[in-house]
Design a protein around this ligand. Structure first.
Ligand code: GAP
Length: 438
């Protein structure tokens, strides 16, 4: 089994990610997040929101509708340009993205001859309203970005922001990918965290380049903060012929996935393409000037973040003479922060005390950067087995209530990464965990 297969299997077995519609054989390009997957995803979203929206004074967070007026997609150029090059095998009729067959000129499946590439628009169409005619056809958004552009004027009218400022949002996007593949890497329904940062770009001044560099650095800081290591990340300048129709410059941040290097995030200089096409501009009350701002767009795929984090965290090692699988998540993003056990299941006094400690840990400040919720209680099997189970889901700390606890109100706290145990007073436990997590 290669590492990707092991990760897919662990993700399903332990409740992170399940194939969508599994009992009916699944649906290509769609996955469901289970209880631990949701916790992981929510931790990523709330850390991102805190860093890029709450901690800044120049960012406005929104949550726009997925369904939008078709005129948005006409103006944004998506109806005309948002396509992949598709080729088809003349023999078995399997379809591929042309770039998949780069150097080869025959079908991967049967060796048959393939057609010339043709454009395939990857936007999903759907019908709105009860009349099934073409007038009611709309699209599922293929990027969250347009929700920010069409709310540009609303934000100005409500908040009168001084330029530069940004609009950010987190939400679902849909693309009818020709070949969904590699677990949650290329899927048809995914989530993005995006920023549209509006700047003044006078002629002949390099304002956009400075801002582009600043945001690229911010993206690298973010990856470091959540535990995606520099050694697996590569900035790749995207050639003009491969750039999206709206971009004057793009850098893709690639990650070393088990199946090879692929895009994790991207940053684009969209210039004034979108605001101009939507007929939107900005009036500067100080200079009395009206102009069309330019846009720097840092974009982050959540599903690819999760895949990269699973790849970073997955390891197999030995602890206490036993083999184990461990997810070495940064404690800040780990779905479960602490597990609490009684040393023995059949000693009611230990179970009762452990439940008290568990309730205390669980009640602690709500999830957030340093929050230690959620916690888990486990009294199944021996302590070694319970440690293995928590290691496998990346729980950074296991708290055990033993006989000494009953004498002196202390517990042992075992660290996932070192296996070391420390005795901590129950009174100081939540503070100890907070410090260790943050
Ligand atoms: N608004 C700009 C935009 O959408 P993009 O590079 O097409 O740019 C942004 O997409 C991010 O969304 C990518 O860097 C990636 O993380 C994620 N993404 C794009 N297509 C995806 C897919 N089919 N499956 C999973 N994630 C995807």
């Amino acid at each position: 089994m290669d590492n990707l297969e092991k990760i897919v299997s662990l993700a399903k077995r332990r409740g992170f990610i399940y194939p969508s519609s599994d009992i009916y054989g699944g649906l290509a390009g769609a996955w469901d997040y289970g209880p631990l997957g949701v916790l992981l995803k929510n931790n990523i979203k709330s850390l991102w929101w805190k860093k890029f929206v709450l901690d800044r004074d120049d960012m406005y967070g929104i949550d726009s509708a997925i369904l939008m007026n078709t005129k948005v997609w006409e103006a944004s150029g998506h109806i005309k340009e948002f396509s992949d090059k598709l080729v088809e095998c003349k023999k078995c009729h399997k379809r591929f993205r042309a770039e998949q067959l780069k150097e080869e000129f025959c079908c991967h499946v049967c060796g048959g001859e393939i057609t010339e590439p043709r454009k395939f628009n990857t936007m999903f169409k759907t019908l709105i309203g009860s009349a099934e005619d073409s007038a009611s056809q709309i699209y599922l958004r293929p990027e969250t970005a347009q929700g920010m552009f069409v709310n540009f004027k609303n934000i100005i009218d409500s908040f009168h922001p001084k330029i530069p400022f940004g609009i950010a949002q987190i939400g679902k996007a849909f693309r009818n990918e020709i070949t969904p593949c590699d677990f949650i890497f290329r899927i048809r329904e995914f989530e993005q965290m995006e920023i549209e940062y509006f700047i003044k770009q006078p002629n002949g001044v390099l304002a956009w380049e400075k801002s582009f560099e600043y945001w690229l650095n911010q993206m690298h800081d973010w990856m470091k903060e959540i535990g995606i290591s520099g050694k697996n990340i590569f900035d790749r300048e995207v050639e003009e012929k491969d750039r999206a129709h709206y971009s004057k410059r793009t850098i893709d941040i690639d990650y070393n996935y088990p199946f090879g290097r692929g895009e994790l995030y991207g940053i684009a200089y969209r210039a004034d393409f979108d605001l101009k096409n939507h007929g939107l501009d900005y009036y500067d009350e100080e200079t009395k000037e009206t102009f069309t701002p330019h846009v720097i767009e840092p974009t982050f795929g959540i599903d690819r973040t999760i895949l990269a984090l699973l790849c970073e965290a997955y390891s197999e090692d030995e602890m206490g003479g036993e083999k184990r699988i461990v997810l070495k998540f940064n404690p800040k993003i780990a779905p479960v922060k602490a597990a609490v056990f009684p040393l023995l299941k059949n000693k009611p006094e230990l179970v009762e005390k452990a439940k008290e400690v568990y309730a205390m840990v669980k009640k602690d400040s709500p999830a957030g950067e340093a929050g230690i919720q959620p916690a888990m209680f486990d009294d199944n099997g021996n302590i070694g087995k319970r440690y293995r189970r928590q290691d496998e889901i990346g729980t950074p700390f296991c708290v055990t209530v033993d006989f000494e606890t009953l004498d002196n109100d202390t517990v042992t706290v075992r660290s996932r990464d070192t296996g070391e145990q420390e005795r901590v007073k129950i009174d100081e436990l939540t503070k100890f965990l907070h410090n260790a997590i943050s």
